[in-house]
Design a protein around this ligand. Structure first.
Ligand SMILES: [Cu+2]
Length: 114
């Protein structure tokens, strides 16, 4: 029963659109072999970015943005919420920080801070 509730919650979370408002941004990001969804996240400089991260396949993934000291791990079935401030403008790679298979090195996204 609890498992069903968790799955239902996950589906609801994944179906929610990314909402980006001035001052605070909330984003649902899913990770799987070998991509992030969405692959591009566009925010305003100074925004506090709240990311709700899930893994949608059977293995753990990471979400790393070196420029902002972000390095989070999400396991199968887990929902991980974390925040960081997009303090400087630029385009930054989002990388998977947990080895997840042969395509791990190409598992990348992009954070655009305007
Ligand atoms: Cu990986």
């Amino acid at each position: 029963m609890r498992n069903h509730l968790a799955k239902a919650l996950l589906i609801v979370l994944l179906a929610m659109p990314i909402v980006i408002a001035l001052g605070q941004s909330v984003g649902n990001v899913s990770a799987k072999q070998f991509e992030f969804k969405p692959g591009k996240i566009r925010v305003q400089q100074g925004d506090v970015i709240e990311v709700t991260l899930t893994s949608t396949d059977d293995i753990p993934h990471g979400f790393g943005i070196r420029a902002f000291n972000v390095n989070e791990r999400v396991n199968k079935g887990e929902v991980k919420v974390f925040r960081f401030t997009a303090s400087k403008a630029g385009t930054y790679p989002i990388v998977c920080t947990v080895f997840c298979g042969l395509g791990h090195g190409s598992m990348r996204g992009e954070l655009i801070v305007e």
